[in-house]
Design a protein around this ligand. Sequence first.
Ligand SMILES: Nc1ncnc2c1ncn2[C@@H]1O[C@H](COP(=O)(O)OP(=O)(O)OP(=O)(O)O)[C@@H](O)[C@H]1O
Length: 279
Amino acid sequence: MSEVLRVVDLHVSYRTRGIGSRPRSVIHGVDLAVQAGETLALVGESGSGKSTIGNAILGLVPIESGSVLIDGTDVAGLSRRGRREMSRTVQAIFQNPYGSLNPWITVGQTLAEPLKVAGRSRAEIADRLRWLLERVRLPQDALDRYPSEFSGGQRQRIAIARAIALEPRLVVCDEPTSALDVLTQAAVLRLLRELQDDLGIAYLFITHDLAIVREFAARVGVLRSGEIVESGDAEEVCDAPRHPYTRQLVAAAPVPDPVLQRVRRAARLAGGGEVDADS
Ligand SMILES: Nc1ncnc2c1ncn2[C@@H]1O[C@H](COP(=O)(O)OP(=O)(O)OP(=O)(O)O)[C@@H](O)[C@H]1O
C-alpha cells in the first residue's frame, strides 16, 4: 500500500488580536500517516484541534513547523500553481454543505468548476457531470437546480460529488455527517465507503463520534489539546482504550444499541468474526 499523507511533527499556532499578544499554540507535534484507500479517523472533544489539523493539511491555515507530505510532496514549499495542482490529489468535505456550496450558482456549475480549472473539454465535462450524479445518486435534473432546492443530505451528496470530480487520492472529511439526522448520516457514510471501495480514495475522517470511528475507520488517532494521546486499530481503541482520556471519551459516548455491543464484544472475545444484529 502506498502512503498518500504523512504529517510529521506538526505545530500550528493562531495569531491573537491585541498589541503585544503572543500567538496561541494549538497543535503540538502531531504525527500521522494515511495509506492509499484507507480511512484514518481523528477523534477528540471540541477544541482539541481536529479541524486545525485538517485545515493545515488543506493549506487553509499556516504551518508553524513540521511538514505535511501529500503523495510525497511537501505542501509547504508549493507555489500557487503547485497548490492548484495539489487540489487534484486532495479534496475536502465539510460539516455544513450549505456553507460550502455557492448558493448563487447551479449544481451543474458547481460540479463543472474543478473540471474547467483542470482544463477538461466541454464534452468531457458533460460526461463527467452525468457520471458524478449517478455515483452520488442524484437525479440528472439536479444540474440546473440551486443548492437551496435540496435537503441537507442531498447537499452533502453534491459536496461529495464536487470533491470526487477529479478522483482525488485523499479526501479530508471534517465532520461531514454531524449536521445530518441518523438515517441520512448512515446513507452518506455508506456512499463514502462505496466510493472508497470503487475509486480507492483515502479519507482523513474528522469526527467527535466514536460510534462512527468504530464502524467507518480502519485506524484512529485520539487528539487531546493538540496532541495525539493514543492511536491504533479503530475497533481496538474503541473497545479497549489504553489512555485515560480515550477511556473518558468512550465512557461519555452514547451507546446506541447496548445489546448489539455486548453480542459483538462476546463474539470478539470468543475469537469469532463480526456478528449480525439479528443473529
Ligand atoms: N481561526 C482561529 N483563530 C484563533 N483560534 C482558533 C481559530 N480556529 C480555531 N482556534 C482555536 O484552536 C483550538 C482548536 O480548534 P479546532 O477548531 O481545530 O478544534 P476541533 O477539535 O476541530 O473543535 P470542533 O470539534 O468544535 O470543531 C480551539 O481552542 C479554537 O478556539
